[in-house]
Structure formats: structure tokens, C-alpha cells
Unconditional design. Structure first.
Length: 400
């Protein structure tokens, strides 16, 4: 098969689309249309730019980078970055000559990237598959609380989001909660396929980086949060827990936070403001080869997500499942159900977050004994999910 992937994020940025593309490229011709890498740091990665590495081959994958404006760290630049991707993508679509068998939209934010893949699919009369990781407009509203559902802006975004989903020939969903939303739009159930976020083998096999030494307290219960540090991740819950612990003179635990994101500086400022330095150790985003060391070092994990995204299953939760350790969770609906099925979670009482944390620390041995050790293996092993994805794409192309 000749497959075209359209994605706003790609290597050297760390996203699961890298694994998908490289897996497909083992037995197919794979081209990728993406941005110039700038994720998190707000500027182009070293060695990349408007006149540098716009075309690249890596791991058997042909990479074509669109002209995109650097994200920077403000809303205006972010908007320009999104718009530049859309217009550069639509322009490239007009001049594409390669004949493809299928287009795969890897839809993170914003939803408008779908229109690039849709245009290419229409041009070549081939199927367009949209793989939804961020369901719009819900993801947008969760990230930007100022956006109201009765606003003209929201209704406009919802209209275009729904249109792009309806125009897709097939849809892959990373969370089962997306299915009900899609079918409510009139999308046929037979067009929707569940492709969960898979775990990385490096985590499942617990492959440690022997060169890395993590300096964390040996005499404290360590609760790890690893991933994006944004508003929707609700890390303010950790501040609330730590504030009460301080009042109770409870110094038994420490939160280890690893990652980057829009809320990180505010989180650090709140820690200093409330004199909670003894309760937090914060690390910058780490290369994937370092992360098993952090997961292995932790006694438990912290998971939280805004209630507006309760139907979503983030990749970090899947990674947590691989380690068979207790999870302190501020979760609803689908995530809550998965954690209950996993068996090793304590769901935070919204009105008593510290008490929930205290319960986990006091009962972590018993909680660990209840974990379904085969849960991860039966649902999220990387190669099995990727094989399923490739077979589904092949079936779609064969029956087009």
C-alpha cells in the first residue's frame, strides 16, 4: 500500500504517530506531511527551519514539512501556527502528484488539519481515515474555559469539527467514549474502529537507562505524574492535597512531576507561593529512554483530567497500567471505569482530595494486591495494536 499520513506533530517530536508511521513503513510506502518541529519549546528545533530539513527520510518514511509559523508561548502565535499549517497543507494538496491508496489524518489539535487529508483523498478518489486523539470542540473548551458553548465561536468550531468527521470515510478512535458522540452526529457505527493508545515496549518490559541516576527521597512515598502539564490535566489538585498535608504536618510523601506544558510555570509559582517545595520535585520533559527509570522509582502514580474530557483515555494512563502500581486518580466516566477494571486505583473524592491520597498511602500494599496484572497485556500491547491498525487499513483499501 502507498499511505499518506497527515499530522501536525511528527519526529523528532515525541508522539505515537511516529511508531504508527514507522510500523507501517516496514511493509508499505509511507509519506508524512507534517509541521516544522517546534512542540513545547516555542521555536523550531535545532537543525530545522523554513530552509532546513523541509524534506527528510527517516526509518523508511518520507517526511515533507509544511511551512508553519513557530508556536511561541502565546495564544496569537499558536493561532497563526494552526492557520499556517492549514493553508500550507491545502496548498501542498493542490500540487501533489503522487498517487496514494489511502490517507490517514492523525488528528490532534486543531481539528482543521483534517481538511488537508480530506482534500487529498477527494483529489485522488481514495479513502480518508481520521484517527481522533483530541475530540473537538470538547478538547478546545476544556483547554480554554473562557469559551462558552452558546458563543458564536464555539458553534462555528463545532460545525467545522462535525463536518470533518462526517466527511471522513472511516474513523479510528483512541477512546470508546468518542463513539457515542460520533454516532449522535449520524455517523454509521460500521465506519468507526476502536484503536486504543498503546503502551511503549520500553515501559512494558521496564527497560532502564543504566546511565541515569534519579535523585529522589528514599524515605518518602513517591507519587509520579508524567505527561503534559496543562490546565485540563488538573494538577491544581496536587496543590490542594499538599496544602492540606502541610496543615496536618504530614511529610510522608512527595509528588514527582515530569513534563512540559502551558500550566507548568503557574504550577511552580503556586508551589513557591504556598511554601510547598518539600512536597514537589519537578523535572523537565525527558527523552523516552529515561522514563522507565521514573516509573520504576515511583511508589504510585497520579492521574487527573478535566471533567469535560471524561470520555477520553490519555496515553499516560495506559503507560501507568504497564507498571502494576497504585493510581491516585481524579477521574470520571471512561477513565474511572478503566481504572476500576485495572483494580489498583483510588478515585479522589472531589471534596476530600487529601483524605483520598492518605488512604492510598496507608493501604498501598492491599491496593497493589488487587491489581489485574493481565489488564495491560490483554488490551494495550504495542505490536498487537499496531498490527490491528495495519490490518484494518489494508481491509479498507482492499474493499474501497
Amino acid at each position: 500500500m502507498k499511505i499518506l499520513i497527515v499530522t501536525p506533530r511528527f519526529y523528532p517530536e515525541q508522539f505515537k504517530i511516529n511508531d504508527i508511521a514507522f510500523h507501517l513503513a516496514k511493509s508499505n510506502d509511507v509519506d508524512v506531511i507534517c509541521n516544522i518541529p517546534d512542540y513545547h519549546i516555542g521555536k523550531y528545533y535545532k537543525g530545522y527551519g523554513v530552509f532546513k530539513k523541509r524534506k527528510e527520510k527517516y526509518n523508511n518514511t518520507n517526511i515533507y514539512r509544511l511551512f508553519t509559523i513557530q508556536r511561541r508561548h502565546n495564544l496569537f502565535s499558536l493561532g497563526l501556527s494552526y492557520i499556517s499549517f492549514l493553508f500550507s497543507g491545502l496548498t501542498k494538496a493542490s500540487f501533489l502528484k503522487n498517487k496514494y491508496d489511502v490517507v490517514l489524518n492523525y488528528q490532534l489539535s486543531p481539528v482543521y488539519i483534517n481538511y488537508v487529508g480530506l482534500k487529498i483523498a477527494k483529489k485522488f478518489h481514495i479513502p480518508c481515515i481520521t484517527y481522533i486523539l483530541d475530540y473537538w470542540p470538547d478538547s478546545l473548551c476544556a483547554a480554554k474555559k473562557s469559551i462558552k458553548k452558546d458563543s458564536i465561536f464555539y458553534k462555528t468550531v463545532a460545525k467545522h469539527s462535525n463536518k470533518s468527521y462526517k466527511q471522513s470515510d472511516y474513523i479510528f478512535i483512541s477512546s470508546l467514549g468518542f463513539k457515542q458522540k460520533l454516532t449522535s452526529l449520524g455517523i454509521n457505527d460500521n465506519k468507526i474502529f476502536y484503536m486504543p493508545n498503546f503502551g511503549e515496549d520500553i515501559f512494558y518490559k521496564n527497560i532502564l537507562n543504566e546511565q541515569l541516576n534519579i535523585s529522589t527521597p528514599k524515605n518518602k512515598f513517591k507519587i509520579l505524574y508524567a505527561g503534559n502539564i496543562g490546565l485540563v490535566q488538573r494538577l491544581d489538585v496536587l496543590i490542594n492535597i499538599a496544602m492540606i498535608a502541610k496543615k496536618e504536618n504530614d511529610n510522608r510523601f512527595v509528588f514527582i512531576v515530569v513534563g512540559e506544558g502551558s500550566y507548568k510555570e503557574e504550577l511552580k509559582a503556586n508551589i513557591i507561593k504556598e511554601n510547598l517545595e518539600n512536597y514537589f520535585i519537578i523535572y523537565d520533559e525527558q527523552p523516552i529512554i529515561n522514563m522507565p527509570n521514573f516509573y520504576n522509582d515511583a511508589d504510585a502514580f497520579f492521574f487527573s483530567l478535566d471533567k469535560q474530557l471524561a470520555f477520553t483515555t490519555p496515553a499516560k494512563l495506559v503507560t501507568y497500567f504497564a507498571y502494576n502500581k497504585p493510581i491516585l486518580a481524579f477521574a470520571y466516566d471512561e477513565c474511572k471505569d478503566l481504572i476500576n477494571e485495572y483494580g489498583g486505583g483510588v478515585i479522589i473524592d472531589e471534596n476530600k482530595p487529601y483524605q483520598s491520597c492518605n488512604y492510598l498511602i496507608n493501604n498501598h500494599v492491599v491496593i497493589t494486591s488487587k491489581i489485574n496484572k493481565s489488564f495491560y497485556k490483554n488490551n494495550f500491547v504495542k505490536n498487537e495494536v499496531l498490527d490491528k491498525l495495519e490490518k484494518t487499513i489494508f481491509s479498507i483499501v482492499k474493499n474501497k
